[in-house]
Design a protein around this ligand. Structure first.
Ligand code: NAP
Length: 299
């Protein structure tokens, strides 16, 4: 029986573990793949207050070591189901805890084209606000038609020399006001009805190939491709103990509680407006502190 079981060893989950362990709680963190979460893909983190610059991988390593040094147990296991009485059924057996913090995050949806993984961090990025600054005065492309792609395209027009916004349909899913604003940007070119079919480069990304609805191909020379084609939250294993919105995010009206007492949510997996490292660690600290206070009140 653990005091606090945390699902997900990204920044939100590890921060929750840090706070719970420092409050002398017996803590277990379950992680399906590797510690660190999405931040390990960030080439450089330059927007975390108090740290001028750090690689995402280094940040994750330091946080992980900080948590381990406090005696937190971290196990590799995929959570299959959670019951209302806080039993966590995993690929590696069952665990019970007084409180559970769900911090499984969301993964960026991939384009699923050849070499996408190979160019990750070397031209391919899923986060314009994290990595846009590395392409100052360069030619970049962004793919997607939702609000993320539109907002990111606007952000990139202030940084890059030229921005191609590539969308697979002739209409954007995102809000009209962003589209109207984008149309006023002289360094933006919108390419509709087109999909990206190939990535090229030696070591770093140099070109992308597009194909339009008529089957015509064109190749663009770009230093970066920002992929903003939506997110895939990892919430299915929890659907009997939390409310989930149509996009798969866990609903928490106050940003910490779920519909089940003793089960809390933190980080990118919850419905929220800003998914950043700063907001993930904030969520983790609030979830752990809330869980600790409520466990104490029950005694
Ligand atoms: P999204 O709204 O799901 O949009 C994803 C976009 O990617 C869609 O345009 C989709 O095309 C395209 N797409 C999906 N798979 C693709 C593929 N394999 N190849 C090419 N294109 C593909 O995702 P999002 O933009 O990340 O936004 C997620 C949610 O957060 C939305 O509810 C959004 O409104 C919200 N959000 C709000 C704000 C804001 O209000 N300021 C900012 C950011 C995000 P189709 O349109 O053809 O399906």
């Amino acid at each position: 029986m653990y005091d606090c079981l945390i699902v997900g060893a990204g920044p939100a989950g590890l921060t929750a573990a840090l706070y719970a362990a420092r409050a002398n709680k017996k803590v277990l963190v379950l992680e399906a793949k590797a510690y660190g979460g999405q931040i390990v893909n960030a080439h450089k983190v330059e927007n975390y207050p108090g740290i001028k610059e750090i690689s995402g991988a280094q940040y994750a390593l330091v946080l992980y070591e900080q948590v381990k040094a406090l005696g937190v147990e971290v196990k590799m296991a995929t959570v299959l189901r959670v019951t209302e009485d806080k039993k966590v059924i995993t690929t590696e057996g069952e665990f019970t805890a007084q409180s559970i913090i769900i911090a499984t995050g969301a993964k960026n949806r991939k384009l699923n084209i050849a070499d996408e993984d190979e160019f990750l961090g070397r031209g391919v990025s899923y986060c314009a606000t994290c990595d846009g600054n590395f392409y100052r005065q360069k030619v970049v492309a962004i793919v997607g038609g939702g609000n993320t792609a539109l907002e990111d395209a606007l952000y990139l027009t202030d940084i890059a020399e030229k921005v191609y916004l590539i969308h697979r349909r002739d209409e954007f899913r995102g809000e009209r006001k962003y589209v109207n604003e984008l149309k006023t940007k002289p360094n933006l070119e919108i390419i509709l009805n087109s999909t990206i079919t190939a990535l090229h480069g030696h070591d770093v990304l140099e070109e992308i190939t597009l194909k339009n609805d008529q089957g015509e191909e064109q190749t663009l020379a770009v230093s970066a491709l920002f992929i903003a084609v939506g997110q895939e939250p990892s919430s299915e294993a929890f659907n009997n103990v939390v409310d989930i919105d149509p996009n798969g995010y866990i609903i928490s009206p106050d940003g910490v509680h779920t519909k089940t007492p003793g089960i809390y949510v933190a980080g990118d997996i919850r419905q929220k407006t800003l998914r950043q490292l700063t907001t993930a660690v904030s969520d983790g600290s609030i979830a752990a502190t809330t869980a600790i206070l409520e466990m104490k009140a029950q005694k």
